[in-house]
Every structure is written in C-alpha cells, then in structure tokens.
Design a protein around this ligand. Structure first.
Ligand code: NAP
Length: 382
C-alpha cells in the first residue's frame, strides 16, 4: 500500500487522480489533499476519501474546513500548508498537480524529505529542472512523469541510458488551430478565449488548454523531457499526431522505434506514476485499433506556431531563459484569458521578454526566482 499526497486535488489532474485512487483502493491510500480556492470541492473530496491532512490557500477557508470536519482532520493553509503536506512523515509519494510554478517549493521540500514525486506541473521542471533533478539524485528519490508524453517515453525507455537514444519523439495533437486552411496565420487575431478553450482530444485545465492552442505546451514539454531524461534539446523532437493515440516514442540508435499507445485518458499515466514499478490491473482504459482506423503524423508548423522555436532556443541556451519563457507565458495566457491581449500576442509577448533577458548560466534557485519575477513584470508591460 502506498501513501499518496495530492497537491492540486480540485483540478483536472487532481480529480483524475482521485478516480485512480478509487480504482486501486487496495494499492493506494490518500493521506493528504491540497487545493487553491475551491473549498466546496475539497470538502466533498475530504468527506469521501478521509485524508488525515488538508491544505487550502486561504486561511479563512482553512478555518471553514476545520469547522466542518472537526479535530480528526489537520487543516493547514497557504504555502506553508503545501510544504507540510509535501513532507508528511507517512507519505511515500507526492503528486504535484498545481497549475504554474507554486508547486516548485513543495516539490523540493518533498525530495529533501526523501519522498518520490510524481510531477504533472511541468512548469516546475521547465523553470528549475537542473536543480530538481540534482536534488532528487542527491536524495535518492524518483521524479516520475505524469504528463502522458513523458510517461510514454519513460515506459519506452525502460531504463535504457541516454546513450542508446537517437531521438525522443514527443507527439502533439496540434491543438484546435492545426488546420492551416481553416486557420491561416492572418485569422489568429480573430481567435477568442472560448474558441481556444475547445481542445480536440483532451479535457484539461484552462492554462494547459490555451498552451495547447499556442503549442507552448509542447514547447514546455520539450524542456521537461530534456531534464527528466537527461538528454540535450537537439535529440528532443516533435511530431504532430492528431488522434493522440501514440503518446510519444523513443527512437534508439539502431533505428528501432518504440511507442506507447492507448486511447487518451490521463488516468493511465497517473496510475503508472503512482504504482511504478508495478503494473496494476485496471479496466478503465480500453483501446480498439479497428475502431480508431488510422494514425497519422505530420510536421509541426513552426511558422504559425513559433512557440516551438522559442522553447527550443530556451532549452538550448538554458540557465534562466526557460524560467523566463515560462513566466512570460503564464502572464500572457492570463492576459489573453482576461481579453487584455489577442491570441498572437501570447507568443509575441514571450519572444519580447526572452529577447530582453540577460541569461544567467547554471543559476541558483534564488536567481531563477528573481528571473521569474523579472519576466512577469516585463511581460505585464504593455
Ligand atoms: N489536465 C491535464 O490533462 C494535464 C496533462 C498533463 C499535465 N498537466 C499539468 O498539470 C498541472 C495541473 O493542470 P490541470 O489541468 O489539472 O489544472 P487545473 O484544472 O487548472 O487545476 C489546477 C489545480 O491547482 C490548484 N492550485 C492552484 N494554485 C494553487 C496554490 N497556490 N496552492 C494549492 N493549489 C493550487 C487548483 O486549486 P483550485 O481549483 O481549488 O483553485 C487546482 O486544484 C499543470 O501544470 C498542467 O500543465 C495537466
């Protein structure tokens, strides 16, 4: 039985994780849940799963939870609450599914407390992948991927060293604006928030859905792969695969390519991360190739979606530049969602902020956080 702490339980990954825990009751036990603002859903989850410890951003909401649940449950608040949960002595694994970079400090705290971490929040690895992976090595803990692409690569690699890899192939659905005839670059100005939020194959949180429309999501994933698998950016490739059945592939030095496939359902990579190294039986995900019919692949269009080029540059240059790309993108996505900027300006904002940044190589955590703050302020400037 593994004791699981889940940070970000009220989000898309969080609620899928709770389904996995319900599927595997004899294997997984939830001991801690943390959320941002959604006190009603967190309370409902706490009543159903009875974790001993909870945390929520706002102290007033923490009090509300404590009053509703009584003294049998410990309730914490804010950033300190996330750290408390991430370091619970009974925890075996901490799944981090908080959108954005708020999960970075809890991730480092969990690693330093000797916990394996399962990372959905790719922003953490984009921002501070070098530090996170070095800390994990130092403390002898695993950093397991929850992103479906990275879970696929992890499964395909099967412990083979980076020296046996020619290329990692990340698949991308291409997002809602993949069709060039329907969405030429000149029409990108007309893209509304509602339209960008309609993803063709996945139902996800708001930020990652917009990132999938700009292809920044794939760009972030390229940098995430670079750190998770300790491989240089030149060997991280992207191919568009609209059916989202092949979740990613590894091309080995002998030319053999291994892919991991299934109908798209985040419960599968979540389950694999939580039960690794075991494979535990579950009927949740079924794949019928005869019904799927065909799988297609195409080159990504970096002219309409420059996010991929920006991310490749950030990953290649390294240092503080990936953190800057990530922070500028977060601010620009938020501004787009508030209708303050248009869809094409998400990418132009990120490019402008990256252009103005003075990169620090092999930065400390403090320097990364400083670069993140600088990039947010720079991105917010009209
Ligand atoms: N969704 C997917 O299919 C998918 C796939 C791969 C990777 N990911 C990655 O997983 C992460 C989460 O994505 P998502 O789609 O699940 O996002 P989401 O639906 O927007 O959920 C975000 C979660 O983070 C919580 N949160 C936000 N700020 C917090 C804070 N300061 N303290 C504690 N909790 C906080 C939210 O709480 P409240 O709702 O209570 O405010 C919510 O539970 C992202 O990094 C994303 O890139 C997602």
């Amino acid at each position: 039985m593994k004791n699981v702490v889940l940070l970000g339980s009220t989000g898309s990954i969080g609620t899928s994780t709770l389904k996995v825990v319900e599927d595997l009751l004899g294997h997984l036990r939830l001991i801690g849940l943390a959320a941002g603002n959604n006190v009603d859903l967190l309370l409902e989850q706490a009543r159903k799963h009875s974790p001993a410890t909870l945390s929520i951003s706002d102290p007033a909401k923490a009090k509300q939870l404590q009053d509703a649940l009584g003294t049998g449950t410990r309730v914490y608040a804010g950033d300190e609450g996330l750290i408390k949960l991430a370091t619970l002595p009974e925890a075996d694994i901490v799944l981090i599914a908080i959108v954005g970079t708020a999960g970075l400090q809890p991730a480092l705290a969990a690693i330093r407390a000797g916990k394996d971490i399962a990372v959905a929040s790719k922003e953490i690895l984009v921002m501070a992948g070098e530090i996170v992976m070095a800390e994990a090595k130092k403390h002898g803990v695993r950093v397991l991927a929850v992103d479906s692409e990275h879970s696929a690569i992890f499964q395909c690699l099967d412990d083979k060293p980076a020296s046996s890899v020619r290329n990692l192939w990340l698949t991308a659905s291409g997002g809602p604006f993949r069709d060039k005839a329907q969405w030429p670059k000149e029409k990108f100005n007309e893209i509304t928030v509602e339209r960008a939020l309609k993803h063709p194959s996945w139902v996800m949180g708001r930020k990652i859905t917009i990132d999938s429309a700009t292809l920044f999501n794939k760009g972030l994933e390229m940098i995430e792969a670079r750190w998770l698998f300790d491989i240089e950016m030149a060997r991280v490739q992207v191919v568009v695969h609209p059916q989202s059945i092949v979740h990613s592939m590894v091309e080995f030095v002998d030319g053999s390519i291994i892919a991991q496939m299934s109908t798209p359902d985040m419960c599968l990579p979540i389950q694999y991360a939580l039960t690794y190294p075991e494979r535990v039986g579950s009927d949740r995900v079924q794949t019928n190739f005869a019904k799927i019919g065909s799988l297609t692949f195409e080159e990504p269009d970096t002219e309409r979606f420059p996010a991929l080029k920006l991310a490749r540059r950030a990953g290649e240059v390294g240092g503080t530049l990936p953190a800057v790309l990530n922070a500028a993108n977060e601010v620009a996505v938020e501004a787009f969602c508030k209708r303050q900027i248009g869809f094409p300006q998400i990418t132009t904002t990120v490019a402008r902020v990256m252009e103005h940044h003075k990169v620090i190589a092999h930065p400390t955590l403090a320097q990364i956080l400083e670069a993140d703050t600088w990039a947010r302020a720079e991105a917010a400037r009209a």
